[in-house]
Design a binder for this molecule. Structure first.
Ligand SMILES: [Fe+2]
Ligand SMILES: [Fe+2]
Length: 166
């Protein structure tokens, strides 16, 4: 299962790094949002991203060195609704103050930020899926991609529900 070309390996390592960012963002944003519904969605997505990260780690094998990988994945279990998601990414309400009031507006900001992130990550998965030749790995990546599409749909659905077109 580990017959990866150098290019394939590079693309998967990029995806692994993207998943780390997703884990950090969802963890950090979940404790910042006001809306419980959004918080639950972020927690759910975060646990998906942890699984994606683990899957990529497995594909790349132990030789796929990534400094931040273990730390990001390791926090996974404690992540359910707990504020341990990390403070690496902080949308400071004061910083977005000019855009409007904190609270609801900040929720929308964080949600939109994640739409952008998911769109980027999903695009990168497309590139990897077209590149990878091993049918089993392709299938695994397509499964992850399906999750990313669902994340995007969840986020856009929330924004629509708030009367925002995304
Ligand atoms: Fe993911
Ligand atoms: Fe995602």
């Amino acid at each position: 299962m580990n017959q990866l070309t150098q290019k394939e390996r590079m693309l998967l390592q990029d995806e692994k790094a993207h998943e780390e960012i997703c884990i950090q963002k969802y963890g950090s944003y979940a404790v910042q949002v006001q809306d419980q519904q959004l918080r639950q969605m972020f927690d759910k997505h975060r646990s998906d991203e942890v699984q994606h990260h683990q899957t990529l780690t497995n594909i790349l094998g132990q030789g796929g060195q990534s400094a931040g990988g273990q730390a990001a994945g390791g926090q996974a279990q404690s992540g359910q609704g707990s504020p341990s998601g990390g403070a690496a990414f902080q949308w400071n309400a004061a910083n977005v103050g000019q855009a409007g009031q904190a609270g609801v507006n900040q929720d929308v900001m964080l949600c939109k930020d994640l739409v952008v992130t998911e769109t980027f990550v999903s695009g990168a998965y497309d590139t990897a899926i077209f590149q990878v030749t091993d049918p089993q790995i392709r299938q695994t990546l397509e499964h992850i991609q399906k999750d990313e599409h669902q994340h995007g749909a969840d986020l856009s659905g929330y924004l629509k529900q708030q009367g925002i077109s995304g």
